[in-house]
Design a protein around this ligand. Structure first.
Ligand SMILES: [Zn+2]
Length: 383
């Protein structure tokens, strides 16, 4: 198995090609063209949005997707208090988040003048996840396929938000993806919907959204909301530590080291190992490596997740794969597995407490899968 000499992605990673020099298409400029096109479009929409006047069709200028995390809290404050936008603040309650950002949402409600809406649909989002996890994906796959469950969850609630904005004639949707996520995200509303149809097929897509999706495909362009990524404007200045410091000063942030931790994280790793022979965060780790190679003096990555430079990623990944597939197949000794997981997560820069917490979740993989109705498949040791 060849591995990219720059970023350590494997040759069979979905959506990646290798050159004769052993460097992958993400490290050469093969995909940069697409990414730049997406970037130019989203930048234009953002500028249009900041210049736009009040929405003539209703009380809100934008629907703001609010998770309670630091990025969206920071932007929400800016839009309401600096840009004077009339904001409908939309939160989808994702049932898989272990630490609901409830405290931050409460602080925001107290201090920021916006309309807050809390949406949820546990049964449907669980059905979406069950569907993705229980399928065997087609090979060789496309870019981000190893993250399909995660992408599908997010796409599901982004479409819920799109429908909400569409029904209430709100012209813009604000999405606070961090700068790396933006470059891999679909910014055109119809494309988001088409992508969902492609993944799930018409019957399931209609079932999940109760037949409402077609209205988006056949609507006039000016009836459709447009997606705005405000972090575009800060692309080169994204600094998570500064964001947190500023929020704390304003009394808008109660931090937790496990902030947006997803309880499906072990299951997501099982999925990516089983189907794509990589850990869930492989692309993040690879892009971190790439950035460090390009600029040795760079102390901060612009990405949400940092990976220590010294760590031997391929070795950590191999060991993690073995433990995860063993747990899935009821093999091995839980106490030893817990020790090994804690050691691996500590190598990946987690604190001792965080490593212990996440290790426990991995040991519960089978229960998590059973709760969701996911059938764990094969994956014999060393497969
Ligand atoms: Zn590479």
């Amino acid at each position: 198995m060849r591995m990219c000499t720059v970023c350590a992605l494997k040759e069979n990673h979905p959506g990646i090609r290798f050159g004769d020099d052993g460097v992958c298409s993400l490290c050469t400029l093969d995909v940069a063209g697409d990414l730049m096109e997406n970037f130019t479009y989203t930048k234009r929409v953002f500028e249009e949005f900041t210049r736009s006047g009040p929405n003539p069709h209703g009380d809100h200028d934008c629907l703001f997707m609010y998770s309670g995390g630091k990025d969206s809290t920071y932007m929400l404050d800016k839009f309401v208090n600096e840009h004077g936008k009339r904001v409908l603040c939309y939160t989808f309650d994702v049932p898989f988040e272990s630490v609901h950002a409830a405290e931050n949402i409460r602080l925001a409600r107290e201090r920021i003048a916006a309309t807050f809406v809390l949406d949820s649909d546990d049964d449907t989002i669980k059905a979406v996840m069950r569907e993705v996890f229980n399928r065997t994906p087609a090979k060789p796959g496309t870019y981000l396929d190893e993250k399909l469950p995660c992408v599908s969850c997010r796409t599901f609630f982004v479409i819920r938000a799109i429908l909400h904005a569409f029904r209430h004639r709100i012209p813009y949707i604000v999405l606070c993806a961090d700068p790396q996520q933006i470059l891999t995200m679909e910014s055109d509303v119809r494309e988001v919907v088409r992508g969902f149809y492609r993944t799930f097929g018409r019957r399931l897509a209609d079932e999940f959204f109760r037949g409402e999706l077609e209205r988006l495909l056949f609507a006039d362009d000016d009836e459709l909301p447009r997606i705005v990524f405000p972090f575009i404007a800060m692309r080169y200045a994204y600094d998570p530590d500064r964001i947190v410091a500023e929020l704390k000063e304003k009394g808008l942030y109660a931090s937790s080291p496990l902030e947006t931790h997803c309880t499906l994280f072990p299951l997501l790793n099982y999925y990516s190992f089983l189907n794509w022979d990589c850990m869930f965060y492989k692309l993040n780790a690879a892009s971190h490596r790439r950035a460090v190679r390009r600029d040795e003096n760079r102390h901060r990555s612009t990405f949400g997740i940092a990976f220590p430079r010294a760590v031997d990623l391929p070795a950590v990944e191999e060991r993690l794969k073995r433990v995860v597939l063993d747990i899935a197949g009821s093999r091995g000794e839980p106490a030893a597995q817990e020790r090994e997981l804690i050691e691996l997560f500590t190598q990946l820069d987690a604190t001792e407490d965080a490593a212990r917490f996440v290790a426990r979740q991995f040991l519960d993989l089978r229960e998590t899968a059973a709760d969701l109705g996911v059938v764990l498949r094969g994956g014999g040791a060393g497969a």
